[in-house]
Structure formats: structure tokens, C-alpha cells
Design a protein around this ligand. Structure first.
Ligand code: ZN
Length: 730
């Protein structure tokens, strides 16, 4: 039997905000920071009279952002005032003549910066979900200014002296467990932000941070520009193999882009991936695939390769200033993994069985191709297409058969029902909460006793100006000091159906919905006193754990029999179909894991590179790393470097793309806890999950949370078994 245990838990730090499954794009910036607005000082009272960000509180249901009144020109002055106030609050704490106490220093910091937090979170949502030229310009202008603002706080010597004094005396302060944790996390955050640097190093550190923030913005904008610019326009003759739903979506995409006749395939994953799966036009598949993997890598104005070099160079320099040999060491310190080695060890342990599985999958595909008399090699743009055929043949199942049972509306109800069964939550739709787009839906969330828990926003459709992928974020985090309830959002990029028709999801789409909802529950059920450690402000190799766990409820008979109903006939999904879906669950898992791990290896290799990373040839480096791992030629890494937003459009998952796998170990091991008890609806285990994981945020280390839930440290076997990499008889 394989055995793999984590080492001793490290110190958790840094808030991971939103996130996504490997299927999608990276999380939002930490702490609502990193994305902001500037302008030039002088607040003109007349101009600000109608600026909602200048109001102390919002006269809306639940104090939700008044999107109906927020305009683009409000952001710059709001950011400026927010930064000004925050700076004044911090100065008051730092210069307080009283000796430092937990109350006058740590609590005061927890309560500071609410105006800035408010505008940052609203702006960051629009930037992700409803961007345009004006928003992008504001982001470009403001992100370095906000980075400087944050640096000034992180490098405030008087402030750090107070924090450090408290930290050194921490055992004498009579703190409770959560207070001790907040102090530790705060101290660590300052140390990692350069608070202990001296002289010129301090300035250099701030300079690097500001420059990196600009580069992250540039990387993301280049990526989006390439995605927006490209389209494959199809005529009636080019639609061979595509299903009805796909054709309708391609027609809609054409209309949205002003293409009168014809159909449009875009580079958003929800458009191009089904095209690669179903189009029998090999020439068009190749065309789409090439554009897709070359995002950010076209040697033009949007090329990201030189941006990557600059980012790597600055990250290495900054890490060394803090005493770490590489950025990977800097980033893993204090996470569950603690070291790059531990992360690599897990990746390697999973890689070889996954690769062996992928090679068997390739053999199956070649057999299928031979049977069809295909006269070409298996190329990356063929994999999805033939895999779908093998899947159909072997399990007699296709997305077209499944989609009619998985309407978005029903799946939304399904996730709410699961939250009700497990945690006693109820969801009440509201039409009086302002939204930034008419497609956004809003629900009030209540607990078993009918008490208000928070507000949940769902923004599910793809649109121009919305970044790819799916994610969770918050307009307001749960705050035990002020009593604020959380305002949580889920975003996705499902194709919007034509007027009057329901959106139908693939199984993967529905899985993503449940995944993001798992993050949402982590934010909604948060129950800590201090906002800096609330909800999803946890280690990034742990933050995906609650979301991945929730995916397991989608395929339960309890959910499918109630909610997977045919959108026309209302018939429940036949048991036989459900059984076939379950049987097919580990199908193509070798491909999925190899595709993902390839990106994770490259991400780690960049950040372990110690020798002049500014001179790395990005394409050659990718190849070198993949050759080392004997990457199968027929599979291309999930995200090639020039559009690898997880790694380069922020600090989010840089040297941390392994986190999804790490969290998956926890996920699979945790689900076994349910099965060892009464099954997935066992209320005792559900209550323990709520109490020890979903509500406890970062109030203990991730490992302490996990052990409190599971009664022991996590083990890797369940993951290997569930992905079909481990024989049950072993
Ligand atoms: Zn996620």
C-alpha cells in the first residue's frame, strides 16, 4: 500500500482570495489589494456629491454595493480617499503614544481601511466580470499606486515595531487562540513584505513590488487582448460534428460580435474546447487549437514572453532580499507544503501513474483512429475529438445526451439543496439588490433558525469583457468585530442561451458550478472574529479543498433524482445514464492530470531557477522541463506560459499551481470520512466539516483545521484510487 503523509504543519499566511478549478483562470488579488484606481488628489466636494463611495454606508438591502449608482468616474476619487483615510488610520496606530496592546494595534489594524477595501472589491469585480477600456485604463493607472500604498504600510517601521513588540511578548499577553493566531499571521505577513529590511533594501523592495504589480496587469491584459481579438468564423458548411446547443452558442457568439451571417468560435474555453471535441473538420480544429495555445505568444504587441522574464527576475531578487534561495522557497514557506520539495514529491508521486494512464488512453485513441481508417498521426488537436468517440463507444454517453438534464437553473437549485441538507442553509432570491449586469442573480442566505447569514450573487454567463474561467470573490467578508455579514459572488462563463431557452450544462460545467459554490460556502459560513483570517483567507494549497469537496455531491442519487430533470419533459435522468456517468468518471483522467501537472512542473521550475531567469527562453524552457518528465507528445500543458495567468497575472498561484493537487489529496481523503460514516449525507460529519473547515477560516493552521475534522493527517491513497491510478486490489 502506498503511504504518503504530510510533514508537520507550517505557519499559514497570506490570504488566498477567490479561485477556480484547474479548469479555469486564477484568483483575484489578495486582500482586495493590487487593483486600484488613482487620480490626482484634491477632492472637489461638488464632484463627489453623487459618488456612492463617499457615503459612510449604503442604503441598499444588506448594505450591498449600489451598482445602479456606481459609475466609472467614481473609482479614482474613491480610491484616493480610501488610501488617504487608510494611511491616516495606520499613522494613528503607528504613532500612538500609548504602549502597544493587542487592542490598540492589531484590532485597530483589522478595523482600518474599510473604505479602501470597499472600493477595491467593487472595482475588482467589475474588472473581472464586466471590463471595458475605461476600467482597464483605471486598472493600469492605479495598480502601481495601490502597490505603493500597501508597501508604505508594510514597510512602516513604527508600525512594525509595535507588531514585533507584541509578537515577542505574545505568551504574556493573555490572548485566546484566535487572537494569538491573528498576531502570528500579521507578524509573518509583515516579515514577508520586507518589514525587517534596512536602508536601501526597503526602497528597492517597494520598487520591485510596484513594478511587479504593473507587470501582472500587463500580462493579464495581453492575455485578454489575444482572446478578444481572435475568432474563427464558420459558415453552414463548417459545422460538421457540432451539436445543436453548440451551433446555437456559436450563432449567439457571432451575433454578439456583430457577425451578420455565420457562426463564431472564440478562444474562451467554453467555446473552443467543445469545438475541439466535436468538430470533425480536422483542418479547423488545428487552426483553433494553434490560436488557443499561442495566446500571448505571437511575437506581437500582446506577447507575454518578455513580461515573464521581467517577472521572474524581480521575484527572484525580492525573494533573496528576504533570505530565501528562490521564489519557490519564499512562496511555499508557511503553506501546508512548506517547501518546494514537498510539493514536487507529491507531484512526482502522482505523475508517473498518471502518465502511464495517459499513454494507455493514447493507445485506445489510436485503435479508434485505425478502426476509422484515419491516415494521420495522433496530434494534440485530435485528442479531444477521438477521446469523445472512445467515450461514447465505451460508455455510450455523450455531452449531448447529458446536457438536457442539467439546466443551469436546476443545478443552481441543486447546490442550494445540498447546502440545506448538509448545513441547514436556505436561499431566497431577491430582485431588489442592485447588480452590475441584468444577468446577475442575487439570493439572501439564511440559517436553520431563519437568521441572516449573508448574500450570494451568481454571475454565470460569458460576456465580452469578462475574463475566462470561474471564480468566487467577495464584496464584503464576514467580520466578527463589526458584525458585517458576507457578500459572496460566484462567476462562471457558461454560454448564454438564446432568449427563452434554458442554459444547458455539460457535466463538467455542472461540476464547476458546485466547485465554485464550495468556495462560496467557505465565505458564507465563515465565523471568525477577525476579518483578516475569515473565510477563504487561508493557505492557497488548502483553499481549493472545500470547493473540490463539494463537487462530490453532484453525482449523488439524491441530487440527480430531484434536480437532473429533462428541460422539456421534466423526466428525471434515467438511472442507467447516471450509472454510465459514474462509470465514465475516471475516463481520460490520465490526460487531465498530465495536462495539469505539466503546467504545475513548469510553474515550479521557473521559480526554482536561480541563474538569471531574465534570460530564459520561454519556449525552450518549457520544452526542457517537459522533456525531463517525458511528457507525452500528444498532450500539451493545460496553460502554456504566455497565458498562464495562475503563475504570472498576479502572485496568486505562482510557484503554487501544485495547490490544486495538494488540496485534492485533502478532498479525496475527506470524502472518505463521509463514506466511513453514514455516507455523503451523514449529518455528523457534515457538521464537523462546517465547524472545523468551512467556518474556521485561518483561525488555526490548515493542518490543525484538517486534523480537527479528520482526526488524523491526510493520506494520498484516496486520490490515487479515485482517479483510477491505483488498483483497488493493491
Ligand atoms: Zn477553486
Amino acid at each position: 500500500m502506498r503511504k504518503w503523509l504530510y510533514g508537520v504543519a507550517g505557519i499559514a499566511l497570506l490570504t488566498a482570495a477567490a479561485c477556480t478549478p484547474p479548469a479555469d483562470a486564477p484568483a483575484e488579488p489578495e486582500n482586495g489589494a493590487a487593483e486600484d484606481v488613482a487620480g490626482n488628489g484634491e477632492a472637489d466636494a461638488a464632484v463627489h456629491q453623487d459618488n456612492p463611495f463617499f457615503e459612510a454606508s449604503w442604503d441598499t438591502p444588506f448594505g450591498a454595493p449600489p451598482f445602479d449608482r456606481i459609475r466609472e468616474e467614481h473609482f479614482v476619487p474613491a480610491y484616493e480617499r480610501g488610501m488617504e483615510r487608510h494611511a491616516a488610520e495606520i499613522a494613528a496606530i503607528a504613532d500612538n503614544p500609548e504602549p502597544p496592546t493587542f487592542e490598540n494595534t492589531i484590532i485597530a489594524m483589522e478595523l482600518a481601511g474599510t473604505d479602501l477595501d470597499r472600493v477595491s472589491r467593487v472595482f475588482s469585480t467589475l474588472n473581472g466580470s464586466a471590463s471595458n477600456d475605461a476600467i482597464r485604463a483605471i486598472q493600469r493607472e492605479m495598480s502601481p499606486r495601490l502597490a505603493r500604498h500597501n508597501s508604505a504600510i508594510n514597510l512602516n517601521e513604527a508600525l512594525f515595531a509595535r507588531i514585533d513588540d507584541l509578537y515577542q511578548r505574545r505568551d504574556e499577553l493573555g490572548l485566546d487562540a484566535e487572537q494569538a493566531r491573528v498576531l502570528q499571521v500579521t507578524h509573518e505577513r509583515f516579515v514577508r513584505s520586507g518589514a525587517q529590511l534596512e536602508g536601501e533594501d526597503r526602497e528597492r523592495y517597494a520598487e520591485i513590488t510596484a513594478r511587479l504589480s504593473e507587470l501582472y496587469t500587463q500580462f493579464g491584459q495581453n492575455m485578454l487582448a489575444d482572446e478578444d481579438a481572435w475568432r474563427l468564423v464558420l459558415t453552414e458548411d463548417d459545422l460538421d460534428g457540432l451539436g445543436q446547443g453548440q451551433i446555437a452558442a456559436a450563432r449567439q457568439a457571432a451575433r454578439d460580435r456583430g457577425v451578420e451571417d455565420g457562426y463564431v468560435i472564440t478562444l474562451s474555453r467554453s467555446s473552443v474546447e467543445p469545438f475541439l471535441t466535436f468538430s470533425s473538420r480536422r483542418d479547423l480544429r488545428e487552426q483553433a487549437w494553434r490560436a488557443w495555445i499561442l495566446r500571448g505568444d505571437n511575437d506581437d504587441a500582446n506577447d507575454n514572453k518578455a513580461v515573464i522574464n521581467q517577472i521572474l527576475e524581480l521575484r527572484l531578487e525580492r525573494s533573496r532580499m528576504l533570505g530565501f534561495p528562490t521564489y519557490a522557497h519564499f512562496r511555499t514557506a508557511g503553506t501546508m507544503a512548506e517547501t518546494p520539495d514537498a510539493a514536487m514529491q507529491l507531484m512526482e508521486e502522482v505523475w508517473w501513474p498518471a502518465r502511464a494512464t495517459a499513454l494507455r488512453e493514447a493507445d485506445d485513441i489510436r485503435a479508434r483512429m485505425a478502426a476509422q481508417g484515419a491516415d494521420h498521426e495522433l496530434e494534440p488537436w485530435d485528442w479531444r475529438y477521438y477521446t469523445e468517440q472512445v467515450r461514447t463507444e465505451r460508455y455510450d454517453i455523450s455531452d449531448d445526451e447529458v446536457r438536457p438534464y442539467l439546466s443551469l437553473d436546476n443545478m443552481i437549485e441543486a447546490q442550494f439543496w445540498v447546502a440545506g441538507e448538509l448545513f441547514g442553509l436556505t436561499f431566497h432570491e431577491r430582485d431588489d439588490v442592485p447588480v452590475y449586469n441584468p444577468d446577475v442573480r442575487v439570493w439572501e442566505v439564511r440559517d436553520r433558525a431563519g437568521e441572516h447569514v449573508g448574500v450570494f450573487y451568481g454571475d454565470y454567463y460569458a460576456r465580452q469583457g469578462k475574463r475566462g474561467g470561474a471564480w468566487m470573490t467577495a464584496f464584503r467578508v464576514q467580520n466578527g468585530l463589526t458584525g458585517d455579514a458576507p457578500l459572496i459572488t460566484n462567476d462562471a462563463n457558461y454560454n448564454k442561451p438564446p432568449e427563452g431557452e434554458p442554459a444547458l450544462l455539460t457535466f463538467t460545467d455542472a461540476n464547476t458550478l458546485f466547485h465554485e459554490f464550495g468556495h462560496a460556502l467557505h465565505g458564507l459560513l465563515s465565523n471568525t472574529t477577525h476579518p483578516s483570517i475569515a473565510g477563504t483567507a487561508v493557505d492557497r494549497d488548502y483553499v481549493e479543498f472545500p470547493s473540490q469537496v463539494l463537487e462530490h455531491w453532484l453525482l449523488t442519487p439524491e441530487v440527480l433524482s430531484r434536480f437532473a430533470r429533462h428541460y422539456e419533459t421534466g423526466e428525471p435522468m434515467p438511472d442507467a445514464l447516471r450509472e454510465r456517468i459514474i462509470a465514465a468518471r475516471t475516463f481520460n483522467e490520465g490526460f487531465a492530470t498530465v495536462e495539469y501537472l505539466a503546467s504545475a512542473f513548469v510553474d515550479m521550475a521557473y521559480h526554482l531557477h536561480e541563474d538569471n531567469p531574465g534570460a530564459i527562453d520561454v519556449r525552450a524552457f518549457e520544452n526542457e522541463v517537459l522533456e525531463r518528465w517525458q511528457m507525452p507528445d500528444e498532450i500539451v500543458m493545460r496553460w502554456r506560459s504566455p497565458h498562464f495567468g495562475h503563475s504570472f497575472s498576479g502572485e496568486g498561484y505562482a510557484a503554487g499551481y501544485y495547490s490544486y493537487l495538494w488540496a485534492s489529496v485533502l478532498e479525496n481523503d475527506a470524502v472518505e470520512a463521509f463514506h466511513e460514516a453514514g455516507g455523503l449525507y451523514d449529518l455528523e460529519v457534515a457538521e464537523s466539516l462546517r465547524l472545523n473547515i468551512l467556518s474556521s477560516g485561518n483561525s488555526r493552521t490548515a493542518m490543525e483545521n484538517y486534523v480537527a475534522f479528520r482526526g488524523r493527517e491526510p493520506r494520498v491513497e484516496a486520490l490515487l484510487r479515485n482517479r483510477g491510478f491505483l488498483d483497488d486490489s493493491e
